[in-house]
Design a protein around this ligand. Structure first.
Ligand code: C2E
Ligand code: CA
Ligand code: CA
Length: 848
């Protein structure tokens, strides 16, 4: 380091901010100008002056120096401000020396005083000392000019006008001096000028008044007898103590206020917010240059937050515990709560001020508050993560991250509730074929990996508003609304899955078939899917899953990858015991088992020939069940008698209603074959007919030929008893048994119902057509009604009419309908039929 550089370093010039240096330059020019100009003004000294001019200048400089040396320094923002005896020195100086000399005296006195302070006490750098001396010189110059505009103080007794002029000078000195000091301060520390100026004036006010009084007292003493001045030192000491006390008290109050604000602001729950408040608080509280807070993270890493007084903020991720730079001007404190180290706090103060004992204590208290706040924030964060994780865990499958069974059920039910009643939804149940082999041959880790990649693939194929879940093991389920499905396209519970649902399931299976590498082995994932489509509100999700499961295993048995649910093949897989218990309950509750009614019509007149009662189970959980799913359960149990009575009872209620409306159409009830072995049946039927006041011939009991073929005595007795009562008998599903024709010759019936399968195949199977034709002819010969079942098209209707079939039943005419609709439909049918039978009214107008 060269001598010059060393000098510059010692002078503090290197650290002195440029902006302030510019001000120093301006002040220097002004001070030198004032000094020179002042010295050039001719000085008027008192006549017979006992003091030499040099002595007067010396006294003035000395007073100026003493006023600065005895100054009090207080913290001011992030720097320090000196409060001096300047006003007293000014008044005394104006009394002892010609005004023109005062700038020079001030420059010399203040300069020497501050240089001494900077060298001996190391309070200021030399350049700062010079800067302060220049400020004083300029302030004194302006003040002297103000006083001299009104009076000439030197050597004169204190008159009121001179007093006022001196006070004015002191005031000007205060204002200019404070302005320059605050300007320098704000240039150096970047704080706003005006509030700082007000604060400085407020702080100096008491001292200003004391200084002016002191100056005037001293002047009066000198004027009377300078020996009075010997009394001055104790008084000065007392004043100095008072000033100091007052300033410290103010400072203290402000510090506490700031401390309260700073610690109060720490009260946040988020680490960043706490740290931001901590940095801002420490910057203000300590008037610091910069603040660093290192925080230990949950994962053991560190994060360093930094902020400085210019407002710059930064944060960095650090690996291990960072080293903080420390020097004399930096205060550091580990942040510890209850023995737990949560971080470190470092506060870098302005080098010139350095840390005081009070700073250290304040840092300790602030650090503890910060540590507590950081600890709270970390705890809060952990709690939040923990509760988020546990709610995530509660609904997600830990292996694949998909919804678990529980969540799929819950959200699925919610989705079904949201949709309009009847809006179609589809459920695809997927199962990986031979998954067990993967587990057995490659190990469970490979199995898990396979499941994860399957889950990921399925997830990519799933839309945002669809629900995909892993039900457990190797089973996955997708629940989705049918594309374009609205209640207009609502589907019944019996309809098969539409092609669009099957295509979707096939896409899923094909998407999985793409080879995947598991534990280094390339394999292709074969999966099977069961698909079910149902209207929202017709079955709950448990039932949909059951149906999809039925489809899936039927598919697996049949070797097909994608299988739609077929209710007709469901019976065997239904949980019969559970269903039986539920049926027992349903029989006691008349809202669950209800009748759907399907009219049969006369093919030539269109008049109704009968109404068939078909049972439906509006199951509270499984949705609407068709008879195929539960009638067999009843048939195999002791509930059958009760079930049969229930149906007949309901049907007769409908019959009574129909009859009450003046319509004479019989109602048909399907009997289970086993019912014909129940000797109580005829009695029950008779009792029910009586109760509903329905004529026996309005009840048709449909029986199938199979049971009758067993030639049991009891069956013959029951049939004879029923005929005795007067009810009609019909043979249902005619043609499907082995010896139908023999059957008809053995027992006399009123009606034969040609099975749907023949009607369906009639057009393209001559064999089927022959059976239909033969049955119709036989019926005509034996005097029985022949009703064709399952007529779905106009072509079938026309073909049957051509064969001379008297009546037909089927979707072509009516689908089974709720009981409250049947009377209106029958009335309508009768009206149109009569119009056809009597095409002309009496007045000759035709209606057709
Ligand atoms: P079923 O006696 O042959 O009744 C006719 C079935 O065919 C009914 O099915 C009916 O909805 C359906 N159907 C009617 N027209 C058409 C058509 O044009 N096309 C097609 N594809 N189907 C048509 P459902 O109601 O599901 O009844 C099924 C079977 O359950 C009945 O066959 C009957 O044997 C039995 N069943 C119904 N109700 C009862 C009952 O109360 N007691 C007993 N024991 N059995 C019943
Ligand atoms: Ca039937
Ligand atoms: Ca039938």
């Amino acid at each position: 380091m060269s001598a010059l550089a060393a000098a510059v370093h010692r002078s503090g010039l290197a650290e002195f901010p440029r902006r302030v240096l510019a001000l120093t330059g301006i002040l220097f020019v002004l001070a030198v100008g004032a000094t020179v100009a002042g010295l050039l003004v001719p000085a008027t000294l008192p006549a017979n002056d006992p003091l030499s001019p040099v002595a007067r200048f010396g006294i003035a400089s000395g007073v100026m120096a003493v006023a600065q040396l005895a100054s009090l320094r207080l913290r001011f923002g992030s720097g320090r401000m000196s409060v001096t005896w300047g006003e007293a020195a000014l008044i005394i100086g104006l009394y002892v020396a010609p005004p023109g000399w005062l700038p020079a005296a001030t420059f010399v006195g203040a300069g020497v005083a501050w240089l001494l302070l900077s060298l001996l006490a190391d309070l200021r750098t030399p350049i700062e000392a010079i800067h302060i001396a220049l400020c004083q010189t300029v302030a004194v110059t302006v003040a002297v000019a103000a006083t001299c505009a009104f009076a000439d103080p030197i050597g004169h007794r204190l008159t009121p006008s001179l007093t006022v002029a001196l006070i004015l000078g002191a005031l000007v000195y205060l204002l200019v001096g404070a302005f320059l000091a605050v300007l320098s301060h704000s240039l150096q520390h970047g704080v706003p000028l005006v509030p700082a100026l007000f604060r400085a004036l407020h702080d100096k006010l008491l001292m200003f008044v004391g200084n002016v009084v002191l100056g005037l007292v001293v002047v009066t003493m000198i004027a009377h007898d300078p020996r009075w001045l010997l009394l001055l030192p104790p008084g000065l000491w007392l004043l100095q103590q008072t000033y100091g006390h007052r300033l410290r008290a103010d400072d203290e109050r402000r510090a506490w206020q700031e401390f309260a604000n700073a610690t109060g602001a720490l009260n946040r729950l988020d680490e960043r917010a706490v740290v931001a408040a901590g940095i801002g608080g420490a910057l203000r509280l300590f008037g610091a240059e910069a603040v660093e807070i290192d925080v230990i993270r949950a994962d053991g890493g560190w994060r360093r937050y930094r902020g400085d007084k210019t407002g710059a903020r930064s944060d960095d991720e650090l690996g291990e515990r960072p080293r903080g730079d420390t020097d004399d001007a930096t205060l550091a404190r580990p942040l510890i709560v209850g023995g737990v180290h949560v971080g470190d706090l470092r506060v870098r103060l302005t080098p010139s001020t350095g840390p005081s004992r009070r700073d250290e204590l304040a840092l300790a208290a602030f650090g503890d508050a910060l540590a507590a706040a950081l600890h709270d924030a970390a705890t809060h964060r952990e709690l939040a993560i923990l509760s988020a994780r546990s709610s995530y865990d509660a609904v997600h499958d830990p292996l694949t991250g998909l919804l678990n069974r529980f969540a799929l059920m819950r959200r699925g039910e919610a989705l079904l509730r949201e949709l309009e009643h009847g809006e179609p939804v589809m459920l695809v149940l997927l199962d990986i074929n031979r998954f067990r082999d993967v587990n057995d041959t490659l190990g469970h880790a490979a199995g898990d990996e396979l499941l994860q990649s399957v889950a990921a693939r399925l997830d990519r194929m799933t839309g945002d508003d669809e629900l995909l879940g892993r039900l457990g093991g190797d089973e996955f389920a997708l629940l989705a609304r049918m594309p374009g499905g609205t209640s207009q396209t609502a589907i019944g519970d019996r309809e098969a899955a539409p092609p669009i649902a099957l295509r979707r399931a096939r896409e899923m299976v094909e998407g999985l078939a793409e080879p995947v590498e598991v534990e280094g082995v390339r394999m292709s994932v074969e999966a099977s899917a069961g698909v079910v489509v149902a209207g929202a509100g017709t079955a709950d999700l448990t039932e949909l899953l059951r149906r999809a499961d039925v489809a899936l295993y039927q598919g697996k048995d049949g070797g097909s990858a994608v299988t739609a649910y077929d209710p007709a093949r469901d019976v065997a897989t239904t949980d019969q015991l559970a269903l039986l218990a539920e049926l027992r309950e349903a029989l006691t509750d008349d809202s669950q088992l209800v009748l759907a009614l399907q009219p049969a019509v006369n093919l030539s007149t269109g008049a109704p020939t009968g109404v068939e009662a078909l049972i439906r189970w509006k199951h509270p959980r499984r949705g609407t069940l068709a008879p195929g799913t539960f009638v067999r359960v009843a048939e195999g149990s002791e509930l059958l008698g009760e079930f049969t009575r229930y149906v007949i009872d309901r049907a007769l209620a409908v019959a009574a209603d129909i009859a009450a409306n003046g319509i004479t159409v019989p109602i048909s009830v399907n009997l289970s074959p086993q019912s014909l072995m129940d000797p109580h049946l005829p009695g029950d039927v008779q009792e029910l007919l009586r109760r509903h006041r329905v004529p026996p011939n309005l009840l048709v009991l449909e029986i199938t030929e199979t049971v009758v073929m067993r030639e049991l005595e009891v069956v013959d007795e029951v049939l004879a008893a029923l005929r005795e009562i007067g009810v009609q008998l019909a043979v249902d599903d005619f043609g499907t048994g082995f010896s139908s024709l023999t059957f008809l010759t053995r027992i006399a019936v009123h009606e034969v119902k040609v099975d749907r399968s023949f009607v369906m195949r009639m057009a393209d199977s001559p064999h089927a057509a022959a059976i239909v034709r033969a049955t119709i002819e036989l019926g005509r010969e034996l005097g029985m009604r022949v009703v064709a079942e399952g007529v779905e098209t106009a072509a079938q209707r026309a073909a049957l009419a051509a064969l001379g079939c008297s009546a037909a039943q089927g979707y072509h005419f009516f689908k089974p309908m709720p009981a409250d609709k049947i009377v209106a439909v029958l009335a309508q049918l009768l009206d149109t039929a009569q119009a056809q039978v009597y095409p002309f009214r009496a007045d000759g107008t035709g209606v057709s």
